[in-house]
Design a protein around this ligand. Structure first.
Ligand code: SF4
Ligand code: SF4
Ligand code: SF4
Length: 258
């Protein structure tokens, strides 16, 4: 019997869903699944019980939180898809006073239905069984996850950084050779060091390696290369704003003048 799946989007750009929908073999792959919910490609249906729910996007509104809990209650396995769902995404950069200020500049006194809150990864609200990283995830990873589930097995998450792929490809190290602020050492691999192929430093779009992201030791290296705290913080915050230990790690490095 085919596995029942649902694909959901919370606060996000819908890029992860779009990537899933545009996988070259998606029509053939989809034949192996019974798709119960995928709003982006079909408006039908209420959320119902599925074997696997894929959730893109972060929790940025009360509505997101409510929907996420319903999804979780109705899924045997829940997969967080992409940096928004796994880490909170770029939408967490502005909140509170900063958000009010930016909103006023852009929209003046207009009102919107939802007020922005700090963006949270979905693991802060529900149990997450697997993470499918990326912004958006790579095609081969999407196929790997779907195929592994279809075979009755479970995907293995990568636990090594972008640097591994960069070195394997023999790309010049922009951190060593150009003193660039490259976040490859703390970013989860899987993109085959795409940006480094073009000599562009990694901005960490796939998210920090959970538990072993050494923001402090990398920040120390950046400091030794004369990069200032504000600059380093502004780079690390783009995809790491919600990483709770980051600020503390940076303070430790930059407040120590040794
Ligand atoms: S992880 Fe990236 S591609 Fe996916 S929804 Fe968020 S911003 Fe869009
Ligand atoms: S360029 Fe960046 S990703 Fe590549 S080895 Fe250097 S620090 Fe790591
Ligand atoms: S920013 Fe880093 S993680 Fe994202 S695609 Fe580029 S190299 Fe890969």
């Amino acid at each position: 019997m085919s596995l029942k799946i649902g694909v959901h989007g919370l606060t996000s750009c819908y890029g992860c869903q779009l990537k899933m929908a545009s996988v070259k073999e998606i029509i053939n792959i989809a034949r192996n699944f019974d798709i119960k919910y995928w709003y982006m490609i079909s408006s039908k249906g209420e959320i119902e019980h599925v074997d696997i729910a894929f959730v893109e996007g972060s929790v940025t509104t009360k509505e997101d939180e409510r929907e996420l809990k319903i999804i979780r209650e109705n899924a045997d396995i829940l997969v967080a898809v992409g940096s928004c769902a796994i880490h909170g995404g770029v939408q967490g950069i502005l909140f509170g006073e900063e958000y009010e200020k930016a909103f006023k500049e852009v929209y003046g006194d207009k009102k919107i239905e939802y007020e922005a809150e700090i963006s949270h990864p979905i693991k802060n609200f529900v149990e997450v069984d697997y993470n499918l990283p990326g912004c958006p995830p790579e095609e081969d990873e999407i196929i790997y996850y779907l195929a592994t589930f279809a075979l009755g097995s479970y995907p293995e998450e990568k636990d090594y950084p972008v640097c591994s792929e960069c070195r394997r490809n023999g790309y010049p190290c922009v951190l060593i050779e150009k003193n660039d602020c490259c976040l490859g050492p703390l970013t989860v691999a899987g993109c085959n060091a795409r940006c480094l192929k073009y000599g562009i430093s990694c901005i960490g779009c796939r998210g920090a390696l959970e538990e072993i992201a050494w923001f402090d030791s990398l920040a120390k290296t950046f400091k030794e290369k004369n990069m200032g705290e504000e600059y380093v913080k502004s780079r690390m915050e783009i995809f790491g704003k919600q990483y709770e230990k980051m600020e503390e790690m940076l303070k430790k490095v930059f407040e120590n003048e040794d």
